[in-house]
Design a protein around this ligand. Structure first.
Ligand code: PAF
Length: 281
């Protein structure tokens, strides 16, 4: 397994791999890997000859009062995990190289970024879109695999790749959960034991809304009201948003035709957690 820090070297490697007709699969991450990331790596392995994983805590996607400084990092642990998964290359750049002095280009996937997390994390998706384009230009993948826990991120990147005629395929991968239903996230490490228990109400609300949907309840307000009651019943869980929205445009729905996305963001203590599920029969 190679560890590449230099952008130039990564580009040269990618060019050589492409010239020798190798298929490159890519998993962009911010490190502190868990089983969710590792399943993305396995998916990339299934699709490709060469698997590249990037580890880069991207400063431009964090707001001024967010957790950039305390975001968990442990390169040595990540390196071992990726080695066990037969990863071919870790791309591990430095912020000063990714954003050299004078950097001033922004990409905005308009509309979609105004909903869900984009509302409370202003500028977040501009930062995500920007770093993902840069990583695609450096790693030159044929496939890039993204987890659906960040559903909005996946949809925004899928749209951007289409709109900009980028020559790669974006592959979605289902959310990986703990046995008790908690969606895996690097931020789960912030939770105390008590907070972790409280956080289970998020998955409980997903199960309840799925059951309601199966029973024929299609009123978005009734579904949101039930979710709100459940989340608020757990003291210390503060709702950021609850949304029943279109699975493609992410616009809030007033009527559900055949399916909808139930998306949630809430604070458990100081930790902001997100989750979602598609409601369909
Ligand atoms: O999902 C993430 O970990 C990040 O948003 C990503 C895609 C690696 C961009 O920094």
């Amino acid at each position: 397994m190679k560890i590449i820090n230099s952008i130039y070297e990564m580009q040269k490697q990618a060019e050589a791999l492409r010239a020798s007709k190798k298929i490159i699969g890519f998993v962009p991450t911010m490190g502190y890997l868990h089983e969710g990331h590792l399943s993305l790596v396995r998916k990339a392995r299934e699709l490709s000859d060469i698997v590249v994983v990037s580890i880069f805590v991207n400063p431009t996607q964090f707001g001024p009062n967010e957790d950039l400084d305390r975001y968990p990092r442990d390169f040595e642990r990540d390196r071992k995990l990726l080695e066990q998964e037969n990863t071919d290359i870790i791309f591990y750049p430095e912020a000063k190289d990714m954003y050299p002095e004078g950097f001033c280009t922004y990409v905005q996937v308009r509309g979609m970024e105004d909903f869900l997390c984009g509302k409370s994390r202003k500028g977040h998706f501009i930062g995500v879109a920007m770093v993902v384009i840069k990583l695609f230009n450096i790693v030159k993948p044929h496939y890039a695999v993204f987890g659906l826990k960040d559903y909005q991120q996946f949809k925004i990147i899928e749209r951007m790749v289409k709109d900009l005629n980028m020559d790669l395929e974006v592959i979605p991968y289902p959310t990986v959960r703990e046995k008790d239903g908690l969606a895996l996230s690097s931020r789960n490490t912030y939770l105390s034991e008590e907070e972790r228990k409280k956080a289970l109400i998020i998955y409980e609300s997903i199960k309840t809304l799925k059951e309601m949907f199966k029973k024929g309840i299609r009123d978005p307000n009734a579904l949101k009201q039930r979710a709100k009651e459940m989340l608020e019943s757990e003291g210390g869980v503060i709702i950021d948003y609850i949304s029943i929205c279109d699975t493609e445009t992410l616009e809030e729905l007033t009527i559900i035709k055949d399916k909808a996305l139930y998306a949630i963001a809430c604070f458990v203590g100081k930790t902001r957690l997100i989750d979602n599920s598609i409601l369909e029969v």
